[in-house]
Design a protein. Structure first.
Length: 205
């Protein structure tokens, strides 16, 4: 008699990635437990799901951690003081556009899109890591503009908060455009346009 094949092992690491894509695509509230179970290895049982992840909220937090340590690193140049502030901003924008439009995962940014799906009272707490990430990015833009003013590259009357808000708003808009299928080349060209605002605020020499 033929031997039974070995039971399929549960690849937890791959399951985290698959769940991250579901949350990225649909948001926390709109991603159902049924979708998660179906997406994790062909449909695991509810007991197996809770044994592996504890809860939907706990799984989401793991997915957010995975996203921020991988795809979310594209804005890290904003906190890199070894880069000139203009280069830091432009690099962060270009890396983000490239990531948001690349194949292999949902288009757009999970951090930005997470702010658009109106969270329920129950899910407000689970979005705190995404909120903190957006705040860190905003602060990074402000710090870059402030460095530009302090170094004399930008005029002293430049509003750090206002100019930083332009870049931050542009980055948030990229996520919607990418999700809507706007071509990456168009978004890259848009970066060239928005960086002219930095050049327009330069100190006259």
């Amino acid at each position: 008699m033929a031997q039974m094949g070995r039971p399929r092992t549960f690849d937890r690491d791959r399951a985290i990635t698959e769940a991250m894509h579901l949350f990225w695509e649909h948001g926390y509230d709109a991603t159902s437990l049924a979708q998660l179970k179906e997406g994790l290895g062909g449909g695991i049982s509810a007991p197996s799901f809770y044994s592996a992840f504890g809860s939907k909220e706990a799984l989401f937090q793991e997915c957010v951690t995975r996203y921020l340590s991988t795809h979310g690193r594209v804005t890290a140049p904003l906190q890199d003081a070894s880069l000139t502030p203009r280069v830091a901003i432009e690099t962060a924008l270009r890396q983000s556009v490239a990531m948001q439009c690349e194949p292999g995962h949902p288009r757009g940014c999970m951090v930005a899109l997470g702010a658009l799906s109106a969270p329920s009272v129950a899910s407000a707490d689970v979005a705190r890591a995404l909120d903190a990430s957006r705040a860190r990015t905003r602060a990074g833009f402000v710090e870059c503009v402030q460095r530009g003013i302090a170094s004399g590259e930008l005029r002293p009357d430049t509003s750090a908060l206002a100019l930083a808000a332009v870049f931050d708003s542009f980055l948030s808009g990229v996520s919607i455009s990418a999700r809507d299928g706007v071509d990456a080349a168009v978004l890259v060209a848009a970066i060239d346009q928005v960086m002219r605002l930095w050049d327009g605020a330069r100190q006259m020499t």
